[in-house]
Design a binder for this molecule. Structure first.
Ligand SMILES: CC(C)(COP(=O)(O)OP(=O)(O)OC[C@H]1O[C@@H](n2cnc3c(N)ncnc32)[C@H](O)[C@@H]1OP(=O)(O)O)[C@@H](O)C(=O)NCCC(=O)NCCS
Length: 440
């Protein structure tokens, strides 16, 4: 395959590095209906799963079988009854559900086993584990109707699933559950996906569906929702939520309310939607996140890796003075970071000179992908507040490349003599940094 532009490729691949670091060792639960298989979309999804597995993501895949069950029941001329959107699974339907799930599982396992040289699956080594991880119970009687073999999750065997994931295996779950009495229940895929994600404390629960995501009343795609906003959307009488989103969004919300960090609703039709949603900051679908995606907070010792990744390219091109990991470990308390979904996308540090009632603002950096969205300004404001809390009167900065940015943010150039004595003595005349001061 010819790449449109090698430069773009290099740029894109480098930009993906922080996500790769952030995702390694995390658990993602990825769920899709049986249509993904019948429409031939699974080959593309499979390539993306393979890539995620290669990057060290722990994968749980949940497939549905509604489309296959419907088609078979139609062939048999068997009528299906629904109560509150749930299928009544009678004996015939259960037999069809078992057949459909068995067939789909085998087909998915076969596709995950592909490894043709020259294909995106070359060298793939995905071992699939499927089994009795889901215990179900009958839903019982709804609106006076017995749902028979339609069940819901009672328990997930987390320990067994963790064992498989620890061995580097992909866990594949079908929309069936077993009871302690040996019965089989037909369970909605979204119920299984939600329960598995919550039980495993998954980083992400991803639903691949028929639409690009959740939409507002005008049909526009909603890119980010808190669980509260999503609940309001679900409660609206004029909601435009239809298709899969009606079933998946409530599960995504409940999962986030029970500890899953992020839930995503994305299209199963768009090629590479999974990668675009996961490896670009704007994404392509709807993300449900319990807390604001971007947080400005004090840096912790665990952030040092992220800070280093952010500042090293700027140290290499001379924009910043080199700081070693040891130095950063000692000085981490002076840093604030901007955390975007677990990824450090900005940092700044404050070095007070109490005698002169001044402080140096240093190491103000925003990840290139996130520049021009006021992140720099937010970090500067946070550092100014910190300095004010310490009753300091002026903030100075030494810069070789961002003079205009600081001037536009209230700084003015001064001579080196205005620096606190200790800093002045260490001033590096070769770097010829511009000294700027802002009075607080
Ligand atoms: C300087 C920096 C922190 C700004 O971050 P940011 O999040 O893009 O800043 P904001 O979104 O608040 O401001 C963006 C505006 O500043 C401008 N800007 C960004 N860097 C600039 C620079 N070096 N010189 C002049 N203007 C700059 C942008 O063009 C944009 O202007 P616009 O809104 O008119 O288009 C970021 O560019 C950076 O990390 N630079 C490299 C590190 C550095 O030089 N740090 C300073 C020394 S400690």
């Amino acid at each position: 395959m010819a790449l449109a532009s090698p430069d773009k490729f290099v740029q894109w691949f480098r930009a993906a590095a922080p996500y790769i670091h952030a995702f390694r060792g995390r658990t993602f639960v990825i769920a899709f209906g049986g249509e993904a298989i019948s429409e031939g979309r699974f080959v593309g999804i499979n390539h993306d799963l393979n890539l995620l597995a290669a990057l060290g993501v722990r994968l749980v895949v949940v497939h549905g079988a509604r489309a296959q069950i419907d088609a078979k029941l139609k062939d048999l001329g068997h009528r299906t009854r629904y109560v509150q959107g749930l299928r009544v699974t009678d004996d015939v339907t259960l037999t069809v559900a078992k057949e459909a799930s068995g067939r789909l599982r085998v087909e998915i396992e076969a596709l995950l086993s592909m490894g043709l040289p020259g294909s995106p699956m070359a060298g793939a080594d995905i071992r699939v584990s499927s089994g009795n991880f889901v215990t179900a119970k009958p839903i019982g009687i709804l609106d006076g109707v017995d749902l028979q073999h339609t069940g819901e999750v009672r328990k997930i065997d987390v320990a067994a699933m963790r064992d498989r994931l620890n061995f580097g295996e992909l866990v594949l779950l079908s929309p069936l559950g077993y009871s302690a009495t040996g019965e089989i229940f037909n369970v909605a895929l979204e119920n299984i996906a939600e329960a598995a994600a919550v039980a495993l404390g998954a980083e992400k629960l991803i639903f691949m569906m028929d639409r690009p995501g959740a939409t507002n009343a005008r049909g526009g795609l909603l890119r980010e929702l808190t669980p509260l906003q999503a609940r309001k959307l679900l409660a609206r009488k004029d909601t435009t939520l239809d298709g899969d989103a009606k079933f998946y969004l409530p599960c995504a919300v409940r999962a986030c309310e029970q500890g899953v960090k992020r839930a995503h609703l994305i299209s199963r039709h768009a090629e590479g939607a999974l990668l675009q949603e996961l490896f670009t900051h704007q994404g392509v679908g709807t993300m449900i996140a319990p807390d604001p995606v971007e947080k400005l907070r004090d840096a912790k010792i665990n952030d040092i890796g992220g800070i280093l990744r952010l500042i090293e390219p700027l140290e290499a091109d001379g924009t910043l003075v080199k700081r070693s990991r040891d130095l950063l470990e000692m000085e981490v308390g002076r840093f604030a970071v901007l955390d975007h979904d677990g990824m450090i996308i900005g940092c700044a540090a404050l070095y007070p000179f109490s005698e002169e009632r001044a402080a140096e603002l240093a190491c103000l950096v925003v990840h290139p992908e996130f520049r021009g969205r006021d992140a720099g300004e937010r970090l500067l404001e946070a550092m100014e507040q910190r300095a004010r809390r310490q009753r300091l009167k002026k903030l100075f900065v030494l810069t070789t490349r961002a003079e205009h940015w600081f001037v536009e943010h209230g700084f003015a150039e001064v001579s080196v003599d205005e620096l606190p004595a200790q800093k002045r003595d260490m001033y590096n005349y070769q770097r010829r940094s511009v000294v700027l001061i802002k009075r607080l």
